[in-house]
Design a protein around this ligand. Structure first.
Ligand code: DCP
Ligand code: MG
Ligand code: MG
Length: 352
């Protein structure tokens, strides 16, 4: 039996700001663009739950947030600081994981099958982990627990804020039943519209969808969606140890959704990473692609390959990961390609 957790920090960027500015605790606070008395451009990156009471949400125009709550505290973004807090959080979480996979700045999957004996155990284990993050870093998080990554992720959304939601294998069907299609992991606004036009408005309907029709419409993603609607996800929690890694990033001058331009840049970054790797005389086991969208959301995708120093595998894997991203039509601002789980070629020779 697998027991998988997804841990996600609550209102992360604002939670970070609260650490160094305790005076904003408990008052509506927003991290994002400068509102400029309601004339500002740009968006809300996130806001605390106090601000959410006024209808403010991530990715909303900052001008709208200002209209909803002009006397909220508006804080400008400081990515370096959030990365620093994120590293502390991840270090704490890692202590609790068997296998550990960070998927964005504020969330990670953990396979805890070897750490706990039962789902009941897992719940207590998650409570201990939440306490450790709060004691050591000072921020709150929510935990979803389930038999696979899909269910863990969806359970976490139901646990928010500051909660734990456990979905046992035998409760998966009941958990998904009655959900709107937009609540299903992997389904964004545009996909939901297309599915609605095909007559699939709920997860229950999608679970019984015609596979041939779905694959005809969406390719292999269509088949995946049906499996998701049935609570099926066999994907493993993949270690993306950042301890030793080589990466390169690129920011587009203008945000773009041009797949060819993006693919070319992924190829270029992969080549740069390869050169560095070759210089360092390292083998790699994991390739990670980072996509930062124009709304500043970030997706991290990792895949493990057979240990290699091969040049083509970096680009090939990164491009496949790009193909699997459910970006839902948003434009991309920044790309990153990274290889990790490095093993020294020199060391290899010594051993072999
Ligand atoms: N983020 C962003 N733009 C978005 C969504 C998120 O810049 N459209 C950033 C700010 C968030 C961080 O990523 O703090 C993590 O995103 P989450 O989706 O986990 O959202 P929060 O942690 O802010 O809130 P929640 O408590 O819902 O997880
Ligand atoms: Mg979060
Ligand atoms: Mg998150």
């Amino acid at each position: 039996m697998r027991i998988i957790m997804l841990v996600d920090m609550d209102y992360f960027y604002v939670a970070c700001e609260e650490l160094r500015r305790p005076e904003i605790r408990g008052v509506p606070a927003i991290v994002g663009a400068d509102p400029k008395q309601g004339k500002g451009r740009g968006v809300v990156m996130t806001c605390n739950y106090k601000a959410r009471e006024y209808g403010i949400r991530s990715a909303m125009p900052i001008s709208m947030a200002y209209r909803l709550k002009p006397d909220a505290v508006f804080v400008s973004v400081d990515f370096d600081y959030y990365d620093e807090v994120s590293r502390k959080v991840m270090a704490v979480l890692r202590r609790f994981a068997g296998r550990f996979e960070q998927v964005s700045v504020d969330e990670a999957f953990m396979d805890v099958s070897d750490k706990v004996n039962s789902y009941a155990d897992a719940e207590a284990y998650a409570a201990g982990m939440k306490k450790a993050v709060l004691d050591d870093v000072g921020i709150k998080c929510s935990v979803g627990i389930g038999p696979n990554k899909l269910i863990a992720k969806m359970a976490c959304s139901k646990a928010k804020p500051d909660g734990i939601r456990l979905v046992r294998e035998e409760d998966v069907k009941a958990f998904l039943s009655g959900m709107e299609i937009i609540e299903l992991y992997g389904v964004g606004g545009k996909t939901a519209e297309k599915l609605a036009a095909m007559g699939y408005g709920t997860v229950d309907q999608l679970a019984k969808a015609n596979a041939v029709q779905m694959i005809g419409r969406f390719g292999s993603f269509g088949g995946e969606l049906i499996r998701y609607a049935n609570g099926i996800d066999d994907s493993e929690v993949t270690e993306n140890s950042e301890v030793k890694s080589i990466g390169r990033e690129f920011t587009f001058e203008k945000d773009t959704d041009d797949r060819e331009a993006i693919s070319n840049e992924i190829g270029e970054l992969s080549m740069q990473v390869y050169r560095e790797l070759d210089k360092a005389q390292e083998y790699y086991k994991t390739v990670t692609l980072k996509l930062r969208y124009s709304d500043f959301t970030e997706h991290l995708h990792s895949r493990s390959v057979r240990m290699t120093n091969d040049q083509k595998t970096i680009a090939k894997t990164a491009l496949e990961l790009y193909g699997q991203d459910s970006e839902d039509g948003r434009k991309i601002r920044k790309l990153g390609v990274r290889v990790s789980n490095l093993v020294s070629r020199k060391g290899q020779k010594r051993i072999g």
